[in-house]
Design a protein around this ligand. Structure first.
Ligand SMILES: [Zn+2]
Length: 185
């Protein structure tokens, strides 16, 4: 894979991570979408569809003037489903403008909700994504999940007790023996 493409996608995901206040670790799709909605100030609606969809279609992103809609195939595993949705998010955050639809009429009748039916013709009429755009969306999805697989942030370092407190404590222990732990502490 093209090294520039990878660098570009890494920058996009790093920037996204900062702008939304951190990709959830471990990954939580709903939390991630909430953050993304807040950052973009636009609702994102997920509309699942079953295996009756045509061809190999896994997901479609439709952008309307009011909201973003992601139609996604109900996948066998949740991880695969997240990946399908994140691929469409990849197109969104990369500002891709095409929609790769081979059978627009079938897709329209199967998938579209009333909320977007009236506006979707122009969306479906756009050109297909380029191969590079598909690679970008796929890589962005992968990088988002990779970032979410990072080890959880280390527990905050506990500030050392103030030295004079420690010294006093030690003194008390020396005089009285180790104090029993209070049952309510
Ligand atoms: Zn795609």
């Amino acid at each position: 894979m093209n090294r520039n493409l990878r660098r570009r996608c890494e920058t996009i995901v790093r920037t996204l991570d900062q702008r939304i206040g951190g990709i959830p670790v471990p990954f939580d799709l709903n939390a991630f979408l909430d953050q993304l909605e807040a950052e973009r100030d636009r609702p994102i609606e997920l509309v699942p569809f079953s295996a009756t969809a045509p061809g190999q279609l896994c997901g479609i992103w439709v952008s309307t003037d009011r909201l973003e809609v992601i139609y996604h195939k109900v996948a066998t595993s949740l991880l695969h489903q997240d990946h399908i949705i994140l691929h469409e998010i990849g197109h969104m955050v990369c500002d891709h403008t095409g929609a790769a639809l081979s059978n627009a009429d079938q897709v329209r009748s199967l998938l579209l909700t009333d909320a977007v039916r009236g506006q979707v013709d122009t969306v479906l009429g756009r050109g297909a994504y380029t191969t590079v755009e598909e690679q970008e969306a796929e890589l962005v999805a992968t990088l988002i999940l990779e970032r979410a697989a990072r080890p959880a942030p280390a527990a905050p370092v506990v500030a050392p007790a103030r030295p004079e407190v420690t010294a006093t404590q030690r003194r008390i222990e020396t005089i009285w023996g180790r104090r029993p732990t209070r049952p309510w502490s």
